[in-house]
Design a protein around this ligand. Sequence first.
Ligand code: 5GP
Ligand code: SF4
Ligand code: MG
Length: 460
Amino acid sequence: CGVFGVFNLPEASNLSYYGLHALQHRGEESSGICTVDTKNGKKFSYHRGMGLVKEVFDKEKLDMLAGDRAIGHVRYSTAGESKLANAQPLIFRYRDGDLAVATNGNIVNAPEIRHELEMQGSIFQTSSDTEVIAHLIARSPKDFETAAKEALQRIIGGFAFLIMTNDKLIVASDPNGLRPLVMGRIGDGFVFSSESCAFETIGAAYERDVQPGEMLIFDADGMREDRYAEVERRATCAMEYIYFARPDSDINGINIHSARKRMGRQLAIESFVDADIVTGVPDSSISAAIGYAEQTGIPYELGLIKNKYTGRTFIQPSQELREKGVKMKLSAVRKVVEGKRVVMIDDSIVRGTTSLRIVNLLREAGATEVHVRITSPPFKNPCYYGIDTPDRKELIASYRTVEEIRKQINADSLSFLSDEGFIDSVGGNDGAYNRGMCMACFNNDYPTPVNEESDKSCSC
Ligand code: 5GP
Ligand code: SF4
Ligand code: MG
């Protein structure tokens, strides 16, 4: 999912609309914006709907969302249900006013907290784990800021939170910094976003990343910096660098396109293969393919074209839709690949269905050899922090060797990037464990306690 927030800027809903549009790749299932108008009795307004930002909002709807503060959300469901009730921001009555919450990520201990609260009489309205934080805040007799801080201290997981009342806006990142969250400025106003690419769109200047365990409070007095947790281990999600984030975003000061290019170069060093052309699976693997081509001297070509009007395959809920999606989405360029030995660069193999289809597309278009190079280590373990992954038993690399996967995806050769090669390609955070990244889906070393039995279903 993606979150976007605005503090102290006129037309906050319009800014959110453009911000969320820039984050659309993070979720295409539902979108929503909630505003507070401090010039008009701190009135709350909101609108949410199923679909893309441009489908859910039009000028009329945005005009109804008056205000100078806003939080917004784009969602993709993971194991969770795809329905309007789970569209965010979630809105609640809170004391004499309102409370809105938008999250990117997943709360690992949400089922336990939920059960405990239900036993004490709470009635939950959604199946989203984001609702847990709202209940924790609402049940506390303390002031909102203290209640939010204590609620954040109870939850475990990977999350970026935007929490808004009529008076305050709280912005928080999980204690390991698993999910990205950046802050920008426009004059005296602030904007918050899952990714910095949204700042270019709206002309905001990047200020800084929200730090792990940090909690920023914005109200009539301006900004206060606080923290609800000490950082024991910084663990930014590796998949953000590999696949999820847009190439024009920076995370922890590292540009995504440049990091992917280095991954491609490293892959060429680790697993060179002689071929006629290098091609990347659009969009996420183009940068890495350019890197692989530069390193080897094999020309980079557009062997595959993506139809930009279909959504990201992985994000569509059912396997059946996913399988239909790939053909709708990608075409091989026959004149480019015909009679050629092709190196095909992709970011990851999760179930293995996508790679098989793409290899076959290239072969059907006349490629004589297809060598698959993956810019991440084998994806063996499920994610509990909000990246959509199936159960362990469906992760092809968790039960097959590289050679078995190669056969299954019909490739002439297959190599993955090594853990060390990947970590050094991203760079930054010198001396930190894994250079400050979570690598759990590759190495099973989760930065927080997780419960294999527990529900991975994510609020976003
Ligand atoms: P699969 O191997 O499951 O058929 O699909 C892998 C493809 O799905 C990758 O090439 C990538 O584009 C996309 N993908 C990989 N990992 C993830 C992930 O964690 N979440 C989502 N939403 N998509 C992913
Ligand atoms: Fe990201 Fe993998 Fe860690 Fe999940 S387990 S947060 S996908 S690196
Ligand atoms: Mg892909």
